[in-house]
Design a protein around this ligand. Structure first.
Ligand SMILES: Cc1cc2nc3c(=O)[nH]c(=O)nc-3n(C[C@H](O)[C@H](O)[C@H](O)COP(=O)(O)OP(=O)(O)OC[C@H]3O[C@@H](n4cnc5c(N)ncnc54)[C@H](O)[C@@H]3O)c2cc1C
Length: 379
């Protein structure tokens, strides 16, 4: 029997994982990326248990996590440094959470796809996908597949070429991301290894060790906040907000930032005919739980498994995939979307509230539920 063929669109975290997983399940796979080369966008990334399982199932775990930081806790703090709540990670009976360089993650997924036999075509932009498995490309070419996986990101144009309704919310908040050199001057040694998020007014600053030499910073605020000026931070303004972090903010001077406004996407269905959507194209979420990439990878492996079970019609497999995986991913999206509200509450309300609520088991459970998502389909 000839092998089934899949076309995957988009070589981000979701598309690379889907391509590799399908190839490992016996499909022939061609992956199209519109950029001339595959590269990571952003700085560092949190990968929780669910994403680590997905990496393992495509044989990319060891390379992606080489040199990753494995911290003891995630802590929310007031701008003064006072602890609001703490979630233990990476200990016995605690979820794993590794922080790594995005470029290392993407390189590991690329190698995984390449080694499993995926045909990677760069500089190839898809323009239209059709439910019968036809894909049209810029320049006039077409391709026909038994399955088309669309993972073309939050700004997906292909979403508009199929007859599927979707909701896309462009949020008021976003984040400036950058890397700074590690230094013993930012925090005392036992704090320096933690993931620390500081709150002040409608601004947040997230400190994340990523490698022994590099710290990943994400500074969250409204898109029209004067604290971000083009591709630079207004460092003195951030220092006035977070005086305890002055040495850390000094290190950001002159380093260009990447700004992204947060988005939330929900599609009426994840597939139509032979076309399936995943990753930010289908289920983008603000990054407050650090799960957009993790859920993209988990979902990609689950899709490959669902459509590869012998003796099952593709339409049944896609229905089972969405039925099984979608509730967990949508719960994750909803929780992370709700977390935006913390930015709009005054400090005098948010800080005492968080220091009580943050200790409740139900709160910790809401933050960690997604870490238990697994890249498998049970029905
Ligand atoms: C500030 C911030 C922090 C984040 N932090 C985390 C975190 O800590 N942990 C986490 O898990 N997630 C995090 N995320 C979310 C994560 O980055 C995304 O969920 C993830 O990158 C989505 O992957 P994707 O493959 O769906 O899309 P993308 O990474 O956007 O990839 C889409 C790819 O498709 C290509 N493409 C687009 N159109 C076409 C076309 N027509 N033809 C061919 N190719 C095309 C693009 O060039 C791109 O390479 C964060 C996001 C932000 C904004």
């Amino acid at each position: 029997m000839s092998r089934r063929h899949a076309t995957v669109i988009g070589a981000g975290i979701g598309g690379l994982t889907a391509a590799s997983a399908l190839s490992r399940q016996g499909w022939t796979v061609r992956l199209h990326e519109r950029q001339p080369e595959i590269r990571a966008v952003g700085a560092g990334i949190y990968i929780w248990d669910n994403g680590l399982f997905a990496l393992d199932s495509v044989g990319a775990f060891a390379e992606a996590t080489r040199g990753a930081h494995i911290g003891p806790a995630v802590e929310a703090r007031a701008h003064t440094g006072d602890l609001l709540y703490r979630i233990g990670i990476n200990g016995a009976d605690q979820p794993r959470c590794y922080t790594l360089l995005r470029e290392r993650l993407v390189a590991a997924l690329m190698r995984s796809a390449d080694e499993s036999g995926v045909d990677i075509v760069t500089g190839s932009a898809a323009t239209v996908v059709r439910p019968d498995g036809t894909v049209e490309f810029d320049g006039g070419g077409t391709e026909r597949a038994d399955l088309v996986v669309v993972a073309d990101g939050v700004h997906s144009r292909l979403r508009d070429t199929v007859d599927l309704a979707y909701r896309r919310i462009r949020m008021t908040q976003g984040a400036a991301r950058l890397m700074i050199p590690a230094s013993p001057h930012y925090f005392p040694a036992d704090d320096a290894v933690k993931h620390l998020e500081f709150f002040r007014g409608h601004r947040r600053l997230l400190y994340t060790p990523c490698t022994p030499d590099l710290i990943y910073l994400a500074l969250v605020c409204d898109a029209d906040d004067p604290a971000i000026r083009g591709s630079q931070l207004d460092v003195p303004l951030w220092q006035r907000n977070f005086p305890a972090l002055a040495p850390l903010l000094d290190a950001t001077a002159g380093i260009p930032i990447r700004w992204d406004t947060f988005e939330y996407v929900q599609m009426s269905a994840w597939s139509r005919g032979l076309v399936a959507f995943l990753g930010d194209a289908a289920h983008a979420q603000p990054p407050y739980l650090g799960q957009g990439g993790g859920t993209a990878m988990t979902n990609a492996v689950a899709l490959a498994e669902a459509v590869s079970r012998p003796g099952r019609e593709l339409s049944d497999a896609l229905a089972a995939w969405e039925r099984d995986v979608r509730p967990g991913i949508e719960r994750t999206q909803r929780t992370s979307y709700r977390m935006r509200l913390l930015n709009s509450v005054p400090d005098r309300v948010r800080n005492p509230l968080l220091s009580v609520v943050g200790r409740l088991p139900a709160f910790t459970e809401s933050q960690l539920a997604a870490t238990r998502l697994r890249p498998t389909v049970t029905t």
